[in-house]
Design a protein around this ligand. Structure first.
Ligand code: ING
Length: 315
């Protein structure tokens, strides 16, 4: 048996600080039309796909900050994406900065929605692992203020029955953490959708630049294989407001192989025909959780946050 799902990563080239939402939406609609022409039923767009990666800017003016956020989804500016989805019968995953009014206060999340081929939202995700720092750091050449601008997500890692499969979502930094995949793996996930904004240059870490792409793919390929799931990853690429973004969008099979990959740093559709049943043999054999997992020995993973080294032996 096979359940084929033809999907695409709709990679986006740079989005400059002054580019309008309307123009970005137009670019995304182009990619959706190309997806339709290739017979795809789902397009994955990047994280914060509607604007420049604004977390690199230190902003004190709340109105300026809010201008990058969506107070509802869909809204006037993004409605054309939903209309096009319905018209084409092509669903999408969209990363966006979410402004919510909950618990009597303004809350900001780095979010994504999954929209089906009828233009209906089937699920929402709020980024759990928030990278970067809270305060302005004068010693840094580029700021990474996600920790300042967003709360960690409060929805966990839900999965959704949609597109005749079990679909999950995460965002950017989440993809580097094995827990992200495992929590969805334990819910039988068959395809994980991820959008990301990764700077292409290492300004802080003491490692060569080529490792940025290596780690990008390494973590996702491992997550796919260890949970027998497809991973569809969509990047921002190219020089955005003077800063290079990594690109490297790809589609990874449950065996951990990259089956399709972008070859530009621009708007580019990367597509593959994915058998949602392919992960089954992995889930039934080498990563048969019921057969082989030993959760009684994994307590530290949830009981403890940071490293606790063993005490030194007293002599
Ligand atoms: N960006 C980053 C990412 O995971 C980062 C931050 C880069 C963390 C490199 C560690 C190393 O790609 C977002 N937007 O989460």
């Amino acid at each position: 048996m096979s359940r084929m799902l033809n999907v695409a990563a709709g990679q986006l080239g740079p989005i400059t600080r002054n580019e309008s939402r309307a123009n970005v939406v137009k670019r995304m609609i182009e990619l959706m039309r190309e997806a339709k022409a290739r017979g795809c039923r789902l397009v994955v767009f990047p994280e914060m796909a509607l604007s420049t990666f604004f977390a690199r800017w230190y902003m004190e003016d709340e109105n300026e900050l809010d201008s990058y956020f969506e107070a509802s989804m869909p809204n006037k500016e993004t409605q054309p994406l939903f209309d096009e989805a319905k018209r084409l019968g092509v669903g999408f995953y969209l990363g966006y900065a979410e402004l919510a009014f909950e618990e009597g206060r303004k809350r900001r999340f780095n979010s994504s929605v999954l929209v089906d081929g009828r233009g209906q939202i089937v699920g929402k995700y709020r980024k759990v692992h928030m990278p970067g720092h809270i305060e302005y750091k004068p010693d840094r050449a580029v700021q990474h203020l996600e920790k300042r601008y967003f709360e960690p997500g409060d929805l966990g890692f839900p999965v959704f029955r949609s597109f005749e499969g079990i679909m999950g979502m995460c965002l950017c930094f989440d993809r580097r953490w094995p827990e992200t995949y495992r929590v969805m793996g334990l819910q039988g996930v068959e395809m994980i959708l991820v959008g990301y904004n990764t700077p292409a240059v290492n300004r802080e870490a003491q490692e060569p630049n080529h490792l940025k792409m290596f780690h990008n793919h390494l973590t996702m390929q491992a997550g796919a294989y260890q949970n027998g799931t497809w991973v569809v990853a969509s990047a921002k690429g190219g020089r955005e407001d003077g800063f290079d973004m990594l690109g490297g969008s790809c589609i990874i099979s449950p065996a951990g192989e990259i089956v399709a990959k972008s070859y530009t740093l621009e708007d580019e559709l990367v597509s593959a025909s994915c058998d949602l049943d392919l992960g089954k043999y992995i889930k039934d054999t080498i990563f048969n959780f019921n057969e082989y997992r030993q959760p009684e020995h994994y307590g530290l993973i949830v009981e403890q946050k940071g490293v606790v080294e063993p005490p030194h032996k007293s002599s």
